[in-house]
Design a protein around this ligand. Structure first.
Ligand SMILES: [Fe+2]
Length: 297
């Protein structure tokens, strides 16, 4: 079965629409969102609505949390953007929808597990806010500790820098591996990049397709048969642990991954000038938040 993994949308509706259309065009129906739907960008409400409509597992990001509670640890520009975002979600003219959006944000778990796959926003040690940067491969102590917490494969966002971390202290940027990586016996942590604010020097929106190998030969795009495929628990179905998102139906590593497990990084150009002009027009959002979209920084 193939799933799309998106993260760090940050209120960028133009980027999100292009990514969702690309996912749909490939016949992928299951989308996981690894957090930071809002913050920085000009369309927080619309992005929340799209994620609610299209994603089956959705995690809390630090900016999502910052909008709900007192933001902590953000720079001035990010904090002002969070306060503006909160205002949009408190707009009395959109009261009914906003109540629904607050309720949704308040229910988001911090991690999600599916067989050998762990999904977090930041890191397996601190799912909400720890960064794992490419240069952390030189901090062996940090990497060892993080990998101790990973059973097999971990997917994360938060840095907005896509790529693959191996247990052997390597980091592969997507362009170094032709945008594809086949998962084997070794543990890996994979950053899925950012839909709405890439920071690896490439301004195009980024997301990942995860092919879990269930019910399909390597290279095949066939979906898993119904006997293997399981319903995704969603943000928090009844009986689900609110912290981990784990439910009673979570499959074990043994009954997943019988074929090749492969990730593909997708990069998509979008109309970032429209997003930039929207940001410029909102005085609470610093112009830098627009400029950086043009540079992918
Ligand atoms: Fe983010």
């Amino acid at each position: 079965m193939r799933r799309a993994l998106i993260s760090d949308i940050h209120g960028n509706l133009e980027a999100l629409e292009v990514v969702l259309a690309d996912i749909k065009a490939q016949g992928i129906t299951e989308i996981f969102c690894l957090g930071d739907i809002i913050g920085y960008g000009p369309n927080p409400r619309e992005c929340i609505d799209r994620v609610m409509e299209n994603c089956t597992a959705i995690l809390l990001g630090n900016h999502d949390q910052g909008a709900m509670f007192d933001p902590d640890g953000f720079n001035i520009g990010a904090e002002r953007a969070i306060f503006w975002t909160r205002e949009q979600l408190e707009n009395p003219n959109d009261r009914v929808n906003n109540e629904r959006r607050w309720e949704f944000l308040g229910m988001l778990p911090r991690s999600h597990r599916l067989g050998p796959f762990l999904f977090v926003h930041g890191s397996p040690r601190n799912p909400l806010s720890e960064y794992i940067f490419p240069e952390d491969i030189y901090n062996h102590r940090k990497m060892e500790r993080l990998f101790q917490l990973v059973e097999k494969y971990c997917f994360q966002g938060h840095t907005h820098v896509p790529g693959v971390f191996t247990e052997g202290y390597q980091f592969y940027a997507p362009e170094e591996i032709d945008n594809e990586y086949t998962l084997g016996d070794g543990k890996v942590m994979i950053n899925v990049g950012s839909v709405g604010q890439p920071r690896d020097g490439d301004p195009r929106a980024c997301y990942v397709i995860l092919e879990d190998g269930v019910g399909a030969a390597p290279g095949s795009t066939a979906e898993a048969p119904p006997t293997v495929e399981r319903p995704n628990p969603g943000p928090r179905p009844p009986g689900t642990d609110p912290e981990t998102g784990e439910g009673p139906d979570t499959p074990t590593p043994r009954n997943l991954a019988t074929g090749a497990v492969r990730v593909t990084f997708r990069r998509l150009a979008y109309d970032h000038e429209t997003t930039i002009q929207k940001i410029y027009a909102i005085s609470e959002l610093e112009p830098f938040l627009g400029d950086r979209l043009r540079q992918g920084r």
